[in-house]
Design a protein around this ligand. Sequence first.
Ligand SMILES: [Zn+2]
Length: 422
Amino acid sequence: MAQLTFLGSCREIGRSGFLVEDGSESMLVDYGVKFQDPPAFPDMISTDGLQGIAVTHAHLDHSGGLPRILLRDSDLTLFCTPATRDLSVILLRDMHTISKGRVPFSRKDIMRVKRQCEPTSYEETIPLGRRFEITLFNAGHIPGSAMVSVRADGKRILFTGDFNAIESQLNPGARNNLPRHDIVVTESTYARRINPPREKIEQELIETIEMTMARGGVVLIPAFAVGRSQEIMCILERYGFTRKYPIYIDGLARKVNDILMRHPQYIMSPHTFERAVSRVRVIEDHTDRVRAVRRGGIIISPAGMLKGGASHTYFKMVHDDERNSIVLVSFQIPGTPGAELLARRKVTVGRRTFDVEADVFYHHLSSHSDSRGLLTHLLNIPGDPLFYIVHGESESCDVLAEKLKKNGRRAVVPETNEMFEV
Ligand SMILES: [Zn+2]
């Protein structure tokens, strides 16, 4: 009989890690990090008998610990899409730089993610060791993201990773009509939220930009480097803004654009994305930043919650002019400058607190399914699977479990390091 152990992301968002064991062989799904001081990882496991690691997507809460495991065994293989492999490498390098080396692996170890990876396509079934088989399905969350289906001891376990059932301007929606599964380990990030229709949010974003441009202001969009920045670019391209206004892109998003240009198969409309990339202006240095703000236009710059990077430089340049707009496009974790900005129109950067004269808007372009989307997608999986709920605040895990039970399904919220028979 196989066993499933929850190494992380239990009643929390961060450090995803799941161990599947069958006899003397084992495999991992995800091995992420939780950003705290110092960064936290799932407990280290024995690599004896470990056949490989399947990775759902590049976000560091799913991939941030990979070099830590890979450096223990050069024969260990990583299975993920080529986009996930390349995006993970640049995010890991960025994490290494930001943490000033206070992570348990060197910069050189990060290249193991590339060296030890076997690029895997969606829908392709691969044997892993003598006892497992894995298949990746599109998860619709960010380019290259996957749900991982594992066959162990005759049972099928689905790890949803982060998913979005609804298509966006950047990603096709998650795979519909999934095959039958006995167990589903699902995320629950937005189990307590309803997102407005996507077209409505896009429309509001467009109106905010039009209004700001008409009054001669600058629009600053602090956005995550992977996914959100490119989605904004695709929206602006689709609405004809890339020809109408100067659009600038800064920070890590520039490298992400280069990577995604090499992997167009994961993009909703590669043509739209390519056109957007060719039309946005790439910021190279501080002089470019000053010039962009002076000229006016739309500036897309990480970090998504105004936590640092070039977004701080821009914030200082645009916050005190009421003609300007600062537009937040993702969930703002309490305690971040972005959350502070939304709550009280002030932002603390370093030791200084800035009062904000610019307009502040929140147009949330979610890359996760909301409570309705989660439930519909999960209930559609055939085979009456047993659900394990992870990757959400504690209350969100409980809420999703209750909703599934109300629909006559079996659901469990596991605790960290809890093990279950499959
Ligand atoms: Zn994610």
